[in-house]
Design a protein around this ligand. Structure first.
Ligand code: SF4
Ligand code: SF4
Length: 161
């Protein structure tokens, strides 16, 4: 069996169902629209047939996370802190400013949030298989009072390395 599996991006799937005809195992035919990872043998036929480019082939097991140079991570963390601070300032302006200022503040808040998320990914924190993610979820499990069951489920499901 191949080391790859197919995943479908439902946002761009045009539902023309070509993948259903070519899949030899029926993995594409599911109630949820997600391809059945356990039935998929990674042949790639659906991905080649899909006219929308909605199916990507991804590794069944993610490779071990590569070490990042400590200095790079530390610098990324500093930029993240400054972006979070900027977002908080923009939030204050949004809550207290004029209509024009609110508009600008909203844009700054959103763009800072996107940049911050990207920086976290770059720093290795958002990779699903990373130990950083594991530590983050374990920490959350201790502090969060409302989503404990979801956090536990994530900890069970994610393949950490
Ligand atoms: S072939 Fe592509 S666009 Fe068509 S149903 Fe399958 S995933 Fe969706
Ligand atoms: S990769 Fe092959 S087995 Fe997997 S869903 Fe696509 S067509 Fe089916």
């Amino acid at each position: 069996m191949s080391e790859l599996r197919a995943v479908r991006n439902l946002r761009i799937c045009s539902k023309d169902c070509l993948c259903l005809f070519v899949c030899p195992t029926g993995a594409t035919d599911t109630e949820t629209g997600q391809i059945d990872f356990e039935k998929c043998i990674g042949c790639g036929a659906c991905s080649k047939a899909c006219p929308s480019g909605a199916i990507s082939m991804v590794p069944y097991k993610y490779p071990k996370q590569q070490e990042k140079d400590n200095e790079v991570t530390e610098r990324l963390k500093k930029i993240i802190s400054s972006k979070v601070e900027q977002e908080q300032i923009a939030k204050y302006v949004y809550e207290n400013g004029s209509e024009e200022e609110k508009l600008l503040a909203k844009i700054i808040m959103k763009s800072n949030r996107l940049i911050t998320e990207d920086l976290y990914r770059e720093a290795g924190y958002m990779l699903p298989q990373s130990n950083n993610t594991k530590k983050f979820l374990e920490d959350l499990l201790e502090k969060d009072k409302t989503n404990k069951e979801d956090i536990k489920k994530l900890l069970e499901l994610l393949n950490f390395n």
